[in-house]
Ligand binder design. Structure first.
Ligand SMILES: [Zn+2]
Length: 594
């Protein structure tokens, strides 16, 4: 029943899409599976790779490469469209080409971008009118990012979605949501993505998705990286020029868009909604750390599949149109932003939406009511697509910093923390190694407070609301330990992963949980004698203990706590406990490096 209903909608919709896709003109050998099935099906992983191989074989402007591997065991593909037939990233960067990167099927249940990308590549190769868009831009696209998920196909995992008939699954081969994996990088997919991203250094990035949530008129919604968080001239340009121009390009194609409708379980009006906070765990949040204009497209799940694929195609074409005219500006702004990051001193670790100000969004929605549910005892939300409206609603698109820090001169990382060091290397961070063992005066953080999720989240028990206290200490570091100076264009990546308070810090992602546990202790009956000796010889400790007893009633009644207090304040207490093992160099002292 449901399939029949969808098929009818699909047939209706195709009547208006045929002209756009040019089904009639397209030679049958180049029709994609989507076109062959009248917009009902998306191609499988192997069909997709075969189609791209065929395109690359026929058109010298297209090349299909592989980078690394994925959790599925299969390599990650990257397809490149280079008008000059040059596929060397360094050459292209030296020539001043603009790199536009598209990522598809991070959630393979949302395959709109996969089909749209295949058709766009073909049309770019075949249609002279489109080729002018790629004079100065090179298009690189990951056809299937989550390959394990793409191989796990069914017709059921997207219960609310209107087609295609079958599709992949959100979780990857290890059931990870790859759109939360860009910092912790648990998956091989993330490591391969990092290699592609750091090799090609795209100026603009787009990740193609399908939404969940409210119902409204738009087929396409978009999420740009939060402009205040991107900051600088690039952030201003994103908010004041790129986004309006992108909306204009889509309006010209009769495809109006709205910012990602960030509401769940309620209607977007009258209260409006906030801009999405894309912290670095997400694609666009990650790309922001490297001064790339990051976008996520979210077609609306209830719109028929052909209409969604069409909108995704049009969006990618709109990006190419803007890049063709504004490429020089984007390159200059990005270069300046990267340069400014080198000397920037203050960095923001977390952001908060501003509720004191908003902009006005002209929103095309549907009337909605609450009616009794026929399946449960409660009320349900019911949208009425036959009652469309256009209303002004507030859009809380501005964010303010909630935690900021001054950067140190350098971070020192003992070589033991090899996963951190490995990720730094993969993210193009320059590091030096100590040339000999040294004792260096550094600032150490002690973790004074943090909360931990009680449910697993993406294979982690994530920490949050982390608080730290700084202590100056003489730290023994060994030959081969790492020094990261914070005079790099990748400073945001360095600081937003290494500062424990940052929302997506390595600390919060459990990289350092071993420091949260005390390794040694004592037997009270033995330590009693030692504690007596300690107190006898240490007037300061005696005073501290007395003060605590005088001011803390519970403590005064708890002999065990009193003994532990003495232990904690004695040389026997391990300094490693709760000490964040990456140290800040805050004074200009000479460090001997190789
Ligand atoms: Zn998605």
């Amino acid at each position: 029943m449901m399939l029949k209903y969808f098929t009818n909608i699909l047939t209706l919709c195709l009547a208006c899409c045929c002209v756009f896709y040019g089904f009639a003109q397209q030679k049958s050998e180049w029709l994609t599976k989507f076109e062959q099935t009248q917009g009902q099906e998306t191609l499988t992983y192997s069909e997709g790779i075969a189609y791209l191989e065929k395109l690359a074989g026929a058109y010298p402007e297209i090349k299909l490469l592989t980078y690394g591997t994925t959790d599925s065991g299969l390599p990650l593909h990257l397809v490149i469209f280079s008008e000059d037939k040059n596929f060397e990233p360094e050459d292209l960067q030296a020539q001043g080409k603009l790199i536009f990167m598209v990522n598809n099927a991070i959630h393979p249940g949302e395959p709109d971008g996969v089909d749209a990308t295949m058709m766009l590549l073909r049309d770019l190769a075949q249609k002279k009118s489109l080729q002018k868009l790629l004079k100065n831009t090179v298009l690189i696209a990951i056809p299937f990012y989550n390959i394990g998920g793409a191989l796990n196909r069914s017709a059921y995992s997207r219960a609310n979605q209107n087609g295609p008939l079958s599709y992949g699954f959100r979780g990857n081969a290890r059931n990870l949501d790859l759109n939360r994996d860009f910092i912790k990088a648990d998956s091989k997919n993330a490591l391969a993505f990092t290699e592609i991203f750091q090799t090609w250094k795209p100026h603009v990035f787009l990740d193609n998705h399908v939404s969940n949530g409210a119902d409204y008129q738009y087929v396409m919604t978009y999420l740009a990286t939060q402009p205040d968080k991107l900051g600088g001239g690039l952030g201003n340009y994103l908010r004041n020029e790129f986004i309006p121009h992108l909306n204009q390009q889509m309006n010209d194609k009769k495809q109006p868009m709205t910012p990602y409708v960030n509401v769940f379980g309620r209607t977007p009006e009258p209260e409006g909604f906030a801009g999405f906070y894309d912290s670095p765990r997400y694609t666009s949040g990650y790309t922001t750390l490297f001064h790339t204009l990051g976008f996520i497209s979210e077609t609306h799940m209830l719109k028929p599949y052909p209409a969604r694929v069409q909108a995704t195609y049009q969006l990618m074409q709109s990006f190419l149109e803007i890049l063709a005219t504004e490429g020089e500006k984007i390159k200059a702004l990005r270069a300046k932003q990267a340069q400014d990051a080198i000397s920037q001193n203050e960095f923001v670790l977390d952001w908060q939406v501003r509720r004191d100000t908003s902009s006005v969004l002209l929103f095309r929605g549907y009337e909605a009511t609450r009616i009794p549910s026929k399946v449960s005892t409660g009320q349900r939300l019911k949208y009425h697509p036959d009652k469309p409206f256009t209303k002004e609603i507030p859009f809380y698109e501005f964010y303010k910093p909630s935690i900021s820090i001054q950067k140190p001169i350098a971070y020192l990382i003992p070589q033991a923390w090899h996963k951190v060091i490995d990720l730094m290397k993969r993210n193009d961070v320059e590091m030096k190694q100590l040339s000999q063992d040294q004792i260096i005066d550094l600032d150490a953080y002690y973790i004074t407070d943090f909360k931990t999720r009680t449910q697993p989240y993406e294979s982690h028990y994530v920490h949050y609301q982390t608080e730290v206290e700084k202590k100056k200490q003489s730290i023994f570091l060994r030959k081969g330990d790492y020094v990261i100076f914070t005079n790099q264009s990748s400073n945001r990546y360095i600081i937003e992963t290494l500062e424990p308070q940052a929302i997506d810090s390595f600390f919060n992602w459990n990289f350092f949980d071993s420091i949260l546990q005390q390794k040694e202790g004592y037997s009270s009956y033995v330590f009693e004698d030692l504690a007596e000796e300690l107190l006898k010889n240490d007037a300061t400790l005696r005073k501290k203990l007395k003060e605590k007893i005088d001011t803390d009633e519970a403590f005064a009644k708890n002999p065990d706590s009193q003994l532990y207090f003495i232990y904690q304040n004695s040389p026997y207490f391990e300094k490693e406990y709760m000490r964040y093992p990456i140290f800040r160099l805050e004074e200009n002292i000479n460090i001997l490096t190789e």
